[in-house]
Design a protein around this ligand. Sequence first.
Ligand code: PLP
Length: 177
Amino acid sequence: TLLAHDDPFPGGAVVPPIYQTSLFTFANYADMADTFAGRRKQPIYSRGDNPTVMEFEARVAALEGAEAARGFSSGMAAISATVLAFVGAGERMVAVRNCYGDAYRLFERLFPRLNIKVDYVDGSDPDAVAAALPGAKLLYLESPTSMMFELQDIAHLARLAKEQGIVTTIDNSWASP
Ligand SMILES: Cc1ncc(COP(=O)(O)O)c(C=O)c1O
């Protein structure tokens, strides 16, 4: 029942239509003004909100038992946006070693411009993670890690981070064979 939709989509469709639009129109100027001012919710521009993506986000949140979900058009978009939301210029984060190559390139080639320091740890060693965490803004996991398939005890590491007020993120887009 989780994946079944209570209300059929337009025309009785059982899967949501794909809204191929960047812009959305408004019934009147007041609706537009209220939406832009945040008094009313309606998609304005697809990069921010798009009905197809919103449907996806609602279902992912339900599947994960999460309060909300955010959909992106690529893994690297999700990684960049998420990490930069939590780590600011001059701050430090802890990442698992052997994380996805382009995430590593983002951290090593672009983040130095923001003076963001990334320390890499063996995520399968909770003591090593605990030792690296103090002062970090973010714990970045990927389990299993790209190519090397190193696993992490996600719940345990997230608890360690949470005790210090550090947010944990995980890239779990790798489909293990
Ligand atoms: C583990 C992992 N993270 C991130 C990505 C990046 O995803 P995208 O190519 O959608 O940016 C990939 C792509 O292969 C991946 O394997």
